[in-house]
Design a binder for this molecule. Structure first.
Ligand code: NAP
Length: 278
C-alpha cells in the first residue's frame, strides 16, 4: 500500500477549516500565525509561501515578516517579544536555517511556549519527553498520524528511526515510545545500520541521504515512513529506495506526496491548538 499523504493532509485541512469557520461564528476570532523569514534562501522562501497559502486556505490569519540577511539578533528578539504579547498572534514560527550572526537557541527560547507552533521550545520538548501534553514538532506528528492510519495499536511494535535530529528523529522516538513501541534510534555512528533496520516493524527514515534504505534492509510487511527530501538530478527522492522497497513493505510513503504535505497540515493543526489553548 502506498500511503497517500496528500489525501490525509487534505482531510486534516478540511477539518481545521470547518472548526475555524465555526469559531469565527461563535467567537468572532480566528487563529493567527506569524512567520519570520530571514534572508532569501530559496527553499525557505518556498516553504514559507506554502505555509502562508495553506494557512489562508483554512482561515488562519497568516503573515510573513521578512528581514534581510544582515538583521541583528536583537531586532529579531524584540520582534518575537512583540508577537508574544500580541493577542491576535496564536503561533510564531521562525523559519530555519538562520544567518550565522543569529543564535538559533536564543531565538527558539524567546518564543512563548504556548505560541511555539514548531514545538522546538525546551518546555515543549521537555513536556513531550515526560509524556505530558506538548506542542509536537510538525513532521514527526504528521508521521505518527500516517502510521496510525495503517495500524491503530502500535503497542509492542519495534520501531526503528534513522536519524536523531531535534527536528525529526528525537521527537519521533518520544511519540512512538508514548505509543508503547520498542524504539531504536540509529544514526551516522551506528555500527550495523542494515541489521538494526531489518528488525523494524515500523521504520522511519529521517536522514537526508538519497535512497539509503534498500529492499534487503527492511522486514517484510513493515510500515516505512520516508521523511527524507533529497535532490537526485532533477528529481526529488526520499531516504528509502522506493521502487525496490514498495513491494516488500506493508505500507510506504512516497516522496514527494507522503510526509511533506502532512508537515504543513500539522503546522495548521498546531496553530489551531495554540489558539484554543490561549
Ligand atoms: P539532520 O539534522 O541532518 O539529521 C540527520 C540525521 O541522520 C542525523 O542524526 C545523522 O546522524 C543521521 N545520518 C546522516 N547520515 C547518515 C547515515 N549515512 N547513516 C545513518 N544515519 C545518518 O536532518 P533532519 O533535519 O532530521 O532531516 C532529515 C531529512 O528529512 C532531510 O532530507 C530533510 O530535508 C528532510 N525533512 C523533511 C521534512 C518533511 O516535511 N518531509 C521536514 C524536515 C526535514 P548524526 O546525528 O550521527 O550526525
Amino acid at each position: 500500500m502506498i500511503i497517500d499523504g496528500k489525501k490525509e493532509a487534505a482531510l486534516i485541512r478540511d477539518k481545521i477549516k470547518k472548526e475555524i469557520a465555526s469559531l469565527k461564528i461563535d467567537r468572532n476570532k480566528v487563529p493567527g500565525l506569524s512567520v519570520i523569514l530571514i534572508g532569501d534562501f530559496a527553499p525557505s522562501l518556498i516553504y514559507v509561501k506554502n505555509k502562508e497559502k495553506n494557512s489562508k486556505e483554512v482561515g488562519i490569519n497568516s503573515e510573513i515578516i521578512r528581514y534581510s540577511d544582515n538583521i541583528t539578533e536583537k531586532e529579531i528578539l524584540s520582534k518575537i517579544e512583540e508577537l508574544n504579547k500580541n493577542e491576535n498572534v496564536s503561533g510564531i514560527l521562525v523559519q530555519l536555517p538562520l544567518p550565522k550572526q543569529i543564535n538559533k537557541e536564543k531565538i527558539i527560547n524567546a518564543i512563548h511556549p504556548k505560541k511555539d507552533v514548531d514545538g522546538f521550545h525546551p518546555i515543549n520538548v521537555g513536556n513531550l519527553s515526560s509524556g505530558y501534553k506538548a506542542i509536537v514538532p510538525c513532521t514527526p506528528l504528521g508521521c505518527l498520524l500516517l502510521i496510525k492510519k495503517i495500524e491503530k495499536s502500535l503497542s509492542g511494535k519495534h520501531a526503528v528511526i534513522i536519524g536523531r535530529s531535534n527536528l525529526n528523529g528525537k521527537p519521533m522516538a518520544q511519540l512512538l515510545l508514548k505509543e508503547n513501541c520498542t524504539v531504536t534510534v540509529v544514526h551516522s555512528k551506528t555500527k550495523d545500520l542494515k541489521l538494526e533496520c531489518q528488525k523494524a516493524d515500523i521504520l522511519v527514515a529521517a536522514v537526508g541521504v538519497a535512497n539509503l534504505v534498500k529492499s534487503d534492509w527492511v522486514k517484510k510487511d513493515s510500515i516505512i515512513i520516508d521523511v527524507g527530501i533529497n535532490k537526485l538530478g532533477d528529481r526529488l527522492v526520499g531516504d528509502v529506495d522506493f521502487e525496490s522497497v514498495k513491494d516488500k513493505a506493508k505500507a510506504i510513503t512516497p516522496v514527494p506526496g507522503g510526509v511533506g504535505p502532512m508537515t504543513i497540515a500539522c503546522l495548521l493543526k498546531n496553530t489551531l491548538e495554540c489558539f484554543k489553548a490561549q
